[in-house]
Design a protein around this ligand. Structure first.
Ligand SMILES: Cc1cc2nc3c(=O)[nH]c(=O)nc-3n(C[C@H](O)[C@H](O)[C@H](O)COP(=O)(O)O)c2cc1C
Length: 255
């Protein structure tokens, strides 16, 4: 049983590789065979065709598509560039063809290694792809510099869970793609983070910074965050955003 880790960063020794590696370690710990594929090693071309699956093979090397088909589960890790996944990962998603993708267990990781902004929109992009490809995705993992250590730990557990799921594949029922959407939708409705927006992203980043901080500045940030959460509950997202940004800035610029 093979768990394949897709490393979407062109930097082969960067944080994306570290995070995908942690998930693969977790999968290996429960007996899976694991392999990493570095997208930068493949001549993936931007799609300029009209979309048919046979055409796509000329844009994504056949051996990469074959490797993804051979894999019983996929881990996809992408760096965040300007608030979303990088182009190399998106070109892979646009062009790879995986005939047996229905119900394939999948795990996605975004790493926003600068300000942290884009960690949610990045991971959402990966899960939009999993959803459209009708894979059975688990554990969306948005990562910034501030929660990197916890994410590495969590990914070992997620990788192990992914490998266990791959032992008992559960394709979504239905004869064809169009028969499966209700079940696919129900599955994705259970996953965290996918319905969150930019205000929630600042709340998440502020929470991560607060968890790693102490002292008076951390207390001030905590007060701002609590106000943001209260306003969110009351439905005032605009004002909540102001307090979440304040909480973030109190600690981001202090460090
Ligand atoms: C072009 C570019 C744009 C970036 N934009 C963001 C961003 O929007 N938010 C952020 O937190 N980090 C941003 N970063 C930082 C990367 O997310 C960070 O360096 C990450 O660690 C890259 O992954 P890697 O280490 O696997 O290469 C950007 C980096 C580059 C090169």
């Amino acid at each position: 049983m093979l768990v394949l880790g897709i490393v979407g960063s062109p930097r082969k020794d960067g944080r994306t590789n570290q995070l995908v590696g942690a998930a693969l370690e977790g999968a290996a710990s429960v007996g899976a065979q694991v392999q990493a594929a570095y997208l930068v090693d493949y001549a993936i071309r931007s799609f300029t065709g009209s979309g048919g699956s046979s055409q796509a093979l000329t844009y994504c090397p056949a051996e990469l598509s074959a490797l993804c088909a051979q894999a019983d589960a996929l881990v996809v890790g992408a760096p965040v560039y300007y608030g979303d996944i990088n182009g190399l990962t998106k070109d892979f998603m646009d062009t790879v063809r995986i005939p047996n993708e229905n119900g394939k267990p999948a795990l996605g990781i975004s790493i926003a290694g600068g300000s942290g902004k884009g960690l949610l929109s990045g991971v959402q992009s990966i899960y939009h792809w999993f959803y459209h490809r009708q894979m059975r995705a688990i554990d969306p993992t948005p990562v910034s510099r501030f929660n990197l250590a916890q994410a590495l730990e969590g990914l070992r557990a997620s990788g192990a869970r992914l490998a266990e799921l791959a032992r008992h594949p559960q394709p979504f029922p239905g004869a064809g793609r169009e028969d499966r959407w209700a079940d696919v939708l129900a599955h994705y409705a259970t996953l965290p983070y996918l319905d969150r927006g930019p205000v929630d992203e600042f709340v998440l980043l502020a929470s991560q910074l607060i968890a790693a901080a102490s002292g008076a500045q951390a207390e001030l940030a905590r007060t701002e965050l609590l106000q943001a959460l209260g306003l969110l509950q009351a439905g005032d997202r605009a004002q909540a955003g102001r307090h979440a940004v304040k909480a973030y800035e109190l600690l981001y610029y202090a460090g």
